[in-house]
Each structure stands twice: as structure tokens, then as C-alpha cells.
Design a binder for this molecule. Structure first.
Ligand code: ZN
Length: 175
């Protein structure tokens, strides 16, 4: 979704609906990345992603609590998808396949954490509603923290060869 186009006038319903979709997407994608890193025998990064999946799930739970406590019904439909390494046009998760190295996986995570942060910052800057702005700032701060974590992890894993996605033996993927 493009919040940039219409952040102005964003209501609390809009914000919570997009936050729910965003955090659910993040939790699911991190679980996939954890699985990919496990198949890569990189337990360290797998554990990091599993932890991120759990953290994003806590956010999902918190957003749900806010929705219930505000007795909000009929939330607007909000889709939110992660982008691939090639940019926003790639949403088929081809980047999440099992040949991904820790560097690529962390780069993808960074890209999406930055995008999540910018999504909330954009709403905070343009909604015009103090309540929406406060909650959006709060959510942006959490994503900013995730950006920093992922950046720190990226420093530990050097960039790998550009041909990482050339699959030498596709059959192994099914193993
Ligand atoms: Zn996040």
C-alpha cells in the first residue's frame, strides 16, 4: 500500500488497520527468513529472525488489543506486503528462497524495516490528528529500533557474491 499518497486525513482506524497488516506481514516474513536461514545452517541468524518474528507478533497482539479496546469495527481493508530486494514490484517472495545468504536476508529485512518506519513517519507527519500522530510516532520508534538492530547484524555478515541466486541444483530445495 502507498501511505505516502494519502497519509493526510489518516484516521485511527486507517492507522490500526495498516499497522495490523504491516506487523502481521513482518511476523510471517521473519518466520520464513528464519526457516531459510535454518536450511542454510546459519543458526545464529535463524534465531535472530525467529526472535524478530516473535517481536512483530507481539506488535500484532498489541494492535489487536488497541482495536478491541477502542471497540473499532469495520476496519478499512489494508494490505501490506514486504518488498523484495529488487524493489517494490517484486512481491512474489522469490527473494525469500532458500539460497539466500545471511547478508541478503538481513538486507531484505533492513529494507522492509526502513519502509515500515517510513510508513508510520509519513502518517505521523500528515494525518493532522494528534491521536493518530502520537500512535504513529510510537510505532515508528519501534521500527526505528528494528532498523538499528538489523544494521548492527549486517555489520557482522560480509557481503557475499552477486551470483547467490544461481541455483546449481534445484532438486536440493525439496530436501
Ligand atoms: Zn519491525
Amino acid at each position: 500500500m502507498s501511505a505516502a499518497a494519502n497519509a493526510q486525513g489518516t484516521t485511527i482506524e486507517d492507522l490500526l488497520a495498516s499497522a495490523l497488516a504491516l506487523e502481521e506481514e513482518a511476523s510471517e516474513r521473519y518466520a520464513e527468513l528464519a526457516e531459510a536461514m535454518r536450511s542454510h545452517n546459519n543458526r545464529e541468524v535463524a534465531e535472530l529472525f525467529a526472535r524478530m518474528a516473535a517481536i512483530e507478533q507481539l506488535h500484532v497482539d498489541e494492535i489487536r488489543r488497541q482495536i478491541v479496546s477502542r471497540a473499532l469495527t469495520d476496519l478499512p481493508a489494508a494490505g501490506y506486503r514486504w518488498v523484495g530486494l529488487e524493489g517494490p514490484e517484486t512481491t512474489d517472495h522469490s527473494d525469500l528462497h532458500y539460497l539466500m545468504t545471511p547478508y541478503q536476508a538481513l538486507s531484505l529485512a533492513l529494507l522492509n524495516e526502513q519502509r515500515a518506519r517510513d510508513h508510520y513517519l509519513d502518517i505521523a507527519a500528515h494525518s493532522g490528528d494528534p491521536e493518530v500522530e502520537a500512535l504513529a510516532q510510537e510505532l515508528a520508534a519501534e521500527e526505528r529500533e528494528h532498523v538499528v538492530w538489523v544494521e548492527q547484524w549486517l555489520e557482522r555478515f560480509p557481503r557475499t557474491d552477486a551470483d547467490w541466486d544461481q541455483d546449481a541444483d534445484p532438486a536440493n530445495l525439496q530436501a
